[in-house]
Design a protein around this ligand. Sequence first.
Ligand SMILES: Nc1ncnc2c1ncn2[C@@H]1O[C@H](COP(=O)(O)OP(=O)(O)O)[C@@H](O)[C@H]1O
Ligand SMILES: O=P(O)(O)OC[C@H]1O[C@](O)(COP(=O)(O)O)[C@@H](O)[C@@H]1O
Ligand SMILES: [Mg+2]
Length: 320
Amino acid sequence: MLKSIAVITSGGDSPGMNAAARAVVRTALYEGVKVWGINDGYKGLLEENMFEMKSQSVSDIIQRGGTFLGTARCPEFETPEGRKKAYDILVKKGIQGLLIIGGDGSLRGAQKLSAEQGIPIVGLPGTIDNDVWGTDYTIGSDTAANTIVEAINKLRDTASAHSRIIVIEVMGRKSGWLAMVAGISGGAEYILVPEETYDLDAICDNLRTRYARGKRSSIIVVAEGVGSGTAIGKIIGDKTGIDTRISVLGHIQRGGSPSVEDRLKASRLGEKAALALISGLSNIVFGFQKGKIVSIDLHDAVTNIKSLDPDYLRLAKILS
Ligand SMILES: Nc1ncnc2c1ncn2[C@@H]1O[C@H](COP(=O)(O)OP(=O)(O)O)[C@@H](O)[C@H]1O
Ligand SMILES: O=P(O)(O)OC[C@H]1O[C@](O)(COP(=O)(O)O)[C@@H](O)[C@@H]1O
Ligand SMILES: [Mg+2]
């Protein structure tokens, strides 16, 4: 049984991180375990920026986007020296295990910390990108997908009014999951993702034919991993001769009050992860497979690349 643990959020914030951290804190306190909150990700850890949490420390946060702990990207933690320093600080504070809520990069860093220093680590996948191997779901991905769909609905209204094409660039790093899921749900005509090649000439020919027949709007979702939506939109406008506008959605996708799905799944994952860490388990990530909570080997989670479900690729083609 561990007696003192710490929770940290790292990498890009995502809606639901607060719900996860809240569940971790309240589960630990329920079990009589001391729990620290580390501010500003690995950067804050290296600065000893942490505080002991009470139940009230996590009041009034489940409904908020972002992360009340703060987050950061931290190049120093990518070095063995940086990770050794982090370990020494944890030991100094009497922290026996670390619960990390973050994306693929943060989990990769945590895996190295554990391999090099032997400190128990349990991870939760927290990123809007849904790009962590071994889990169908990452905390925040549902809210972000819903935000994108709302944007598509609005863009559709104006595209249709003006008989235009609108190209929307969405986040996701190297993953096309966000673009694909939001694109299908928003009724996009084309969804360009890094997992699949595309033929811009064929797309433009098709758009021209359809507009000649009276089509009044098209939404083309471009995952950032494919390249610049602005550049692709410019080519589409030039090749088709159809009035085209470009919208780069940006960081609006990361914020906002988390959806019920994100709050609930994050809370459930938070409880499981805290109990596992307290009981002495290590080197695992909790996630969801086929609707059920599963534990994934941390090393597997950070060394494998998650692929995009081919069902989505097929469906997007059929429905476009
Ligand atoms: N390969 C790595 N080795 C060690 N630490 C890493 C590695 N990749 C990322 N990190 C740490 O995790 C932080 C967050 O990673 P990043 O990829 O930016 O976000 P995310 O965790 O959301 O994917 C980085 O700033 C760095 O401190
Ligand atoms: O906030 P920044 O530093 O501009 O980073 C933008 C990136 O962060 C994300 O929103 C989330 O990515 P991570 O979860 O890997 O941090 C990506 O979709 C996007 O490419
Ligand atoms: Mg990432």
